[in-house]
Design a protein around this ligand. Sequence first.
Ligand code: SF4
Ligand code: FES
Length: 254
Amino acid sequence: MSAAKTLNLTLKVWRQKNGNAKGKLENYPLNDISPDSSFLEMLDILNNGLIEKGESPVSFDHDCREGICGSCSLYINGEPHGPARLVTTCQLHMRSFKDGETIYIEPFRAKAFPVVKDLIVDRSAFDRIQHAGGYISVNTSGNTQDANSIPIEKENADEAFYSAACIGCGACVAACKNASASLFVSAKVSQYALLPQGQVEAKDRVLNMVKQAEKEGFGPCSNTGACEVECPKGISIENIARMNREFLSASISK
Ligand code: SF4
Ligand code: FES
């Protein structure tokens, strides 16, 4: 049997005027969608139709549309970034869905990610966690050692690189029953903990970033592992174990 040339879909989309308004799922039938369209292109088509009818388009976040910026945070059929593994919503294609399917599209849900409008949530809590320690201070006086001249074990360089792949999308939070940000925070902590350049502020970094995550209202990690499954960048929960070791050691020695 050959695959359907185009898809006829029913979309159930979360509509919410603002953070204080009560939201609800609205029904939108959408026909003749190419399986080769991206998920966001499909939403663009929906919005063009709504605008033509004089209705308000669905607000959703997006920027790079190539899996880099982390802004396209949608909860699709009960999963952050939808059914495909290791892809962001912008890299998801309509061939992942069946003709006649009903697709539920909701914002990421977490107390620390309040809804701004429709499918857009405020993820500035992640920015504040980054500001609490996700950086290194570098002396730019002209005497700075060239980073390329500092030997780093291959294993550590690779692990730091994998941790640095986190795009701050928040899918780990949306997937977690506790709305924990542990995978995100641990990726940021690990990225520096594994490199010599990150050692100067290592203790303050882990203590401050974990403290800020708690302050923002993210929950605790209970090792369920849902975050790792849904992360579009394959960030491993081994990072959480590393963050916990770093946190314990910093708490004892500070
Ligand atoms: S750890 Fe993964 S799911 Fe969480 S913010 Fe980073 S890229 Fe997104
Ligand atoms: S729009 Fe940038 S990661 Fe999807």
